[in-house]
Design a protein around this ligand. Structure first.
Ligand code: ADP
Length: 259
């Protein structure tokens, strides 16, 4: 708490009154911390691929480039690290756009099932390479007014995660139903799950349960923070429930109209 003390003269001679102003700055401090943590984390995340790029380039210039096999191997690693750098930068930019609500929203009639099916197309190859099944169940036919591309971005993130964090031969089931004036979309997998005490942290920037696993699959740790802002931009809510070793369900609720 910050305080200001202002002395004022009282009614009677010699009498001195004071006004004490107390400011609750907990929220301001918290936001400051979120910001400084973000800069520190972002720098750390960016430094990893940059250090690798620098190291491999130096080693090549020091003579390793003479060996054609090593040259090729190093260039491949450098390409991979550049792609990683690119996706971190893209995700940071995207996060700052959605956080500042800079995304202009379209309002279109969207049948939720169609949005799910066109998102499946984007990830089908990845799912097939892990022999995973993608299923959509439309319990209620839901056509809502929303921004199709933003909705697809949300679905792509959640379905992609469901594939990444599930073992081979697993399945992802997307269920669509009505709840009052809301369309509910559940993205459920039967994968590795999330420990209970970490479930509310996964929406934080750069938070990952298993850093190595996330990195190996190309994750930046920013996907769910972006998803959370996107869903808020669409005036909806998102929640998670999960059992370690059994699977995870993300539940998105969207209003049937965008206003
Ligand atoms: P990442 O790029 O690491 O996937 P996200 O923000 O998308 O970042 O997710 C944050 C973390 O939440 C992941 O690193 C992972 O540990 C966990 N997570 C997300 N989705 C799932 C899921 N379907 N099953 C298990 N863990 C998940």
């Amino acid at each position: 708490v910050d305080a200001n003390i202002v002395p004022i003269n009282g009614k009677n001679p010699g009498e001195l009154n004071v006004i004490v102003l107390l400011y609750d700055i907990t929220e301001i401090r918290r936001l400051e911390k979120v910001r400084t943590d973000f800069v520190a984390n972002a720098s750390h995340e960016l430094r990893t691929p940059v250090t690798a790029l620098k190291g491999f380039a130096e080693t090549l210039l020091d003579g390793a480039k003479e060996d054609k096999e090593i040259l090729e191997q190093f260039l491949e690693i450098m390409l991979k690290e550049s792609i990683r750098l690119d996706s971190i930068v893209n995700d940071i930019l995207e996060l700052s756009r959605v956080e500042q609500k800079q995304v202009p929203l379209k309002s279109e009639d969207v049948r939720v099932k169609d949005a799910v099916e066109s998102t499946f197309k984007l990830v089908r190859q990845k799912a097939e390479s892990k022999h995973m099944e993608l299923i959509v169940i439309e319990e209620d036919e839901m056509t809502i007014q929303t921004d199709l591309n933003r909705l697809k971005q949300v679905l792509a993130n959640l379905i992609n995660n469901a594939i990444v964090y599930t073992q081979e031969n697993g399945k992802v089931t997307v269920k669509i139903y009505r709840e009052h004036e809301f369309a509910v979309i559940e993205v459920k997998d039967n994968g590795i799950g999330i420990p209970e005490d970490e479930q509310d942290r996964i929406f934080e920037r750069f938070y990952r349960v298993d850093k190595a696993r996330s990195r190996n699959s190309g994750g930046t740790g920013l996907g769910l923070s972006i998803v959370k802002y996107l869903v808020e931009n669409l005036h909806g809510t998102i929640s998670v429930s999960s059992k370690l070793g059994l699977g995870t369900t993300f539940t998105v609720k969207l209003p049937s109209q965008l206003i």
